[in-house]
Design a protein around this ligand. Structure first.
Ligand SMILES: C[S@@+](CC[C@H](N)C(=O)[O-])C[C@H]1O[C@@H](n2cnc3c(N)ncnc32)[C@H](O)[C@@H]1O
Length: 834
């Protein structure tokens, strides 16, 4: 099991001031090593004061053996060897109060006040201005302004930038000088080979200057090619009134209730959006404040959390006085541990808890981490594949590798379900008849073996043929035939679409399913072999259905849109955003929920394929004339209860094998330990911001081109806000029908629906006055963050579109707020070959 990285945060008062240990305080210089021929400053033999402090945090001193160790033969050398403590890293501020003092003197005075205000003599003010200007022209730190002076000291450190930097100050001069100071700190950290620096967060009260903060961060990222910037952001903010009610008490609960605390996430979303989802911009989630409701917390699961800042004040004492965490904090950490953030503990020296000592906090976090490592079989199997984007297989166009078959064959559920389906189908057949079964796309034979077992269990006689077009897999089939099956199984090396048996089948068994059901071209392959099925024959599977849900996954979005990201390797791993991927989602959040005005599902059905399908027009050989009947389209409408950003759609499938024997990777219905299929991901090239109560309409098409012999998917989405959600009195029930419509069902009645452009929002804004309440907790980039004038900026936009029931008045009306482009038009980026 991996060790969870834990850092100890050392505040300024516990740090040696740089310059101490020298003659500065009248001490003799320490004994040094390397001072002669060395090129750097002399290094004290016992290390610098800082490196000694860091070592004392990370390594336990030499010790005496315990009685048990002594009994087992303790060698003195063992006692001398430094052993690791509970900590792996030390977190500390890069600069100290001396720097703040000088910066304040230079910058706050010149930026924010007049001489008269401050009563500063004109000459002194001039000196400060000159000093500030020469610093702005490219000044650096003084030796006693930084806590770290040598790169030898920086190895096990996480450094914090000055927490007084105000990149979002309402005072313009302070903003610009803070930005200069930040650049200086980043450049100094880079010089020290520090790879990650933690920055103070933007302030809620300065939200008007959030864009200034974001621009400064973007510039800071560009100023160094390797430094990672991590923004220390509180998991939630509370008002003074709420905090006065004492977190954890029923009074606090009554005040905060179930409300969505998304203010800090909204700031983060604006910030990372303005920084173009830089992979070097991450989060240090600050767990000082009480946790909000679990619903508000889920969105952090989709964000790049690099560190968790956990002060000792967030721990509560257990019955024996040891520090422990509340149930909700335990659950949150358990979910977060799978991303292996560094936990930064702070204040452990303050003896806030009566038992356990200062290491008890780290020991407890490690205990929680160990507990969180108990994985489901599918999670165990998927370790190493988490959030790893893979091209979907094309088993028709390509021949699969042996390793891929081996992977399939580890699945404990799939083959059991197939055997059960064949067994039930055989039981439903007369006992005295021989049933002809074709296993088409037999691979290395696991379904063939399943059919033989099903025949034995059901006491039915079968005639079994295995058809496979992969020459390498066909060798394995021959091997199994020679060693296991003998004459029980007939082998045919052929593409199933040109397979010509003498006798037709009662049952055709196949497994050509992809993560989205039909995306490995099962419909097209089975179309080609259904001519070998008797009129009353059956297909196992009988049908399969595709499902979709909108998700937030900033990590995968960054990967598909930032070609330079993916790894530190020099190979540029470009992953276009207009193709589907197979991926085991880990850092993601499903944005939709069941309900909304139309009572829609959280995960919605796109379309279904049934086999056999007697209505297909075929030629004289029994093959379909065109592939037109396999085109599909789905128009879905998702209810998005809380604000979030959609980065794409997760796709799943469910298959009916026979009767009620199913296969499912539907997230709400799957058994949980089927390993053969990870979900599919349809990314969006641009993230789509969705305020709370959005109705997200998603269109997805499965298209085919007979001449090019290809199948591909296209997708797009539009976001709408129901007027009812704005509290303006125009909304109501009804309007658009429930989601989940597909091309195979009847289209919605359009007689009463229509849409019209809303020109000049002024006419509507009086009705919509008071809508601030609905938006106050969900300011959107599209809507603007300020509602001080009582109007809803999105509505005032010239081209906002109001959709509603024209004949039936405005009941069910909704306003369109954004849309995506059409992804993968004409299959230009991605297609599946027939
Ligand atoms: C997903 S694998 C399943 C293999 C095996 N039935 C199993 O369940 O482990 C699909 C198999 O179908 C084969 N296949 C795909 N299209 C085919 C076609 N048109 N004709 C024959 N075999 C095909 C592939 O080569 C591959 O072996």
């Amino acid at each position: 099991m991996d060790r969870l990285p834990i850092a100890l945060h050392l505040p300024q008062e516990l740090l040696p001031l740089s310059g101490s240990g020298s003659g500065a305080r009248g001490q003799q210089p320490s004994k040094v090593v390397g001072s002669g021929a060395g090129y750097g400053p002399p290094l004290p033999a016992e290390g610098t004061p800082l490196s000694r402090l860091v070592s004392s945090v990370l390594y336990a001193p030499a010790r005496e053996p315990t009685p048990a160790e002594a009994a087992q033969g303790w060698s003195p050398a063992q006692g001398q060897r430094p052993t690791r403590t509970e900590y792996d890293l030390v977190a500390l501020p890069l600069t100290n109060g001396n720097w703040q003092e000088r910066w304040d003197r230079m910058c706050t005075i010149t930026a924010s006040a007049t001489e008269a205000d401050l009563g500063v003599a004109a000459a002194q003010a001039d000196t400060q201005r000159d000093e500030a200007e020469s610093w702005r022209a490219g000044g650096g730190f003084l030796r006693n302004e930084v806590n770290i002076t040598r790169s030898e000291e920086s190895g096990s450190l996480i450094s914090f930038a000055s927490d007084w930097l105000e990149l979002d100050s309402p005072v313009e001069g302070i903003r610009f000088d803070s930005e200069l100071a930040l650049r200086q700190e980043i450049s100094y950290a880079s010089y020290l080979s520090i790879t990650s620096i933690v920055l103070p967060p933007p302030k809620l009260e300065n939200r008007d200057c959030l864009a200034d903060y974001a621009r400064a961060i973007n510039g800071a990222l560009a100023s160094s090619w390797h430094i990672n910037i991590s923004i220390r952001l509180p998991v939630a903010e509370y008002s003074e009134v709420e905090l006065a009610a004492r977190p954890g008490t029923p009074a606090f609960q009554a005040l905060t209730g179930d409300s969505d605390r998304n203010e800090t996430w909204e700031m983060w979303n604006t910030l990372r959006g303005m920084c173009s989802y830089s992979p070097r911009l991450t989060l240090t989630l600050d767990l000082t404040n009480p946790l909000p409701s679990p619903k508000s917390l889920t969105r952090w699961a989709a964000e790049p959390v690099r560190h968790m800042f956990l002060p000792c004040t967030s721990f509560i004492p257990n019955a024996k006085g040891y520090p422990v965490l509340s149930k909700s904090m335990q659950a949150f950490l358990k979910g977060a541990f799978k991303f292996r953030p560094t936990v930064i503990l702070s204040g452990t020296h303050r003896s806030l808890h009566s038992a356990g000592g200062h290491l008890a906090y780290a020991q407890y976090v490690r205990f929680l981490y160990r507990k969180a490592q108990e994985l489901l079989p599918v999670e165990e199997y998927a370790q190493g594949y988490m959030d790893h984007l893979q091209q979907p297989l094309q088993p028709l166009m390509d021949n699969l590798e042996g390793e891929t078959y081996e992977g399939f064959e580890k699945d404990p559920i799939k083959y059991r379900q197939y055997e059960e389906a064949v067994y039930r189908a055989l039981l439903d057949r007369p006992q005295d008849r021989v049933t002809t079964i074709f296993v088409v796309g037999a691979g290395r034979g696991p379904l063939v073996a399943g059919c033989l077992r099903a025949a034995e269990r059901s006491q039915r006689r079968i005639s079994l043929t295995a058809v496979e077009k992969n020459p390498a897999a066909f060798v394995i089939l021959q091997e199994r035939s020679a060693l296991e099956w003998g004459s029980q199984v007939k082998l045919v090396y052929s593409d199933m679409r040109s397979f010509n048996p003498k006798e037709k089948a009662d049952i055709i068994v196949s497994e050509l399913l992809g993560s989205f059901g039909d995306n490995e071209l099962s419909p097209e392959c089975l179309d080609g072999v259904m001519r070998t099925l008797k009129p009353d024959g059956i297909s196992i599977p009988a049908s399969y259905t595709s499902f979709l849900a909108p998700i937030a996954t900033s990590r995968l979005h960054t990967e598909v849109t930032n070609p330079q990201v993916a790894s530190t390797s020099t190979v540029v791993d470009s992953k276009p955003a207009e193709q589907p991927y197979v991926v085991m989602f880990s850092a993601f959040d499903t944005l939709s929920a069941a309900g909304g005005r139309n009572g829609v599902d959280k995960v919605q059905e796109c379309w279904t394929f049934d086999h056999p399908r007697p209505d297909v027009v075929v030629d004289e050989q029994g093959l379909p004339l065109t592939n037109h009947h396999n085109a599909r389209s789905a128009h879905l409408s998702f209810h998005i209860p809380r604000a979030g950003v959609c980065h794409g759609f997760a796709g799943y499938f469910e298959a009916v094998l026979y009767g009620d024997v199913m296969l499912s990777i539907h997230p709400e219905r799957a058994a949980g330990d089927m390993l053969s299929w990870f979900p599919i991901f349809f990314p969006l090239a641009e993230p789509l911001y969705l305020p709370a109560h959005t109705e997200l309409d998603v269109e997805i098409w499965r298209l085919t081109d007979n001449t090019k012999r290809r199948v591909w998917f296209e997708w797009a989405a539009q976001a709408y806000l129901p007027l009812a959600a704005l509290g303006g009195g125009l909304g109501g029930a009804g309007g658009r029908g429930p989601g989940g419509r597909s091309s195979m069902t009847s289209p919605p009645t359009s007689a009463t629906s229509g849409s019209f452009s809303l020109r000049g929002g002024g006419a509507l804004s009086p009705t919509l006055g008071g809508s601030e309440a609905a938006f106050a907790s969900a300011p959107s980039p599209h809507l603007g963050a300020s509602f001080g004038d009582g109007r809803m900026p999105g509505i005032a936009e010239e081209n906002a579109v109001l959709e509603g029931s024209v004949l039936g008045g405005a009941a069910g009306a909704r306003i369109k707020i954004s849309q995506t482009r059409l992804h993968n038009p004409g299959g230009k980026t991605s297609w599946i070959g027939l």
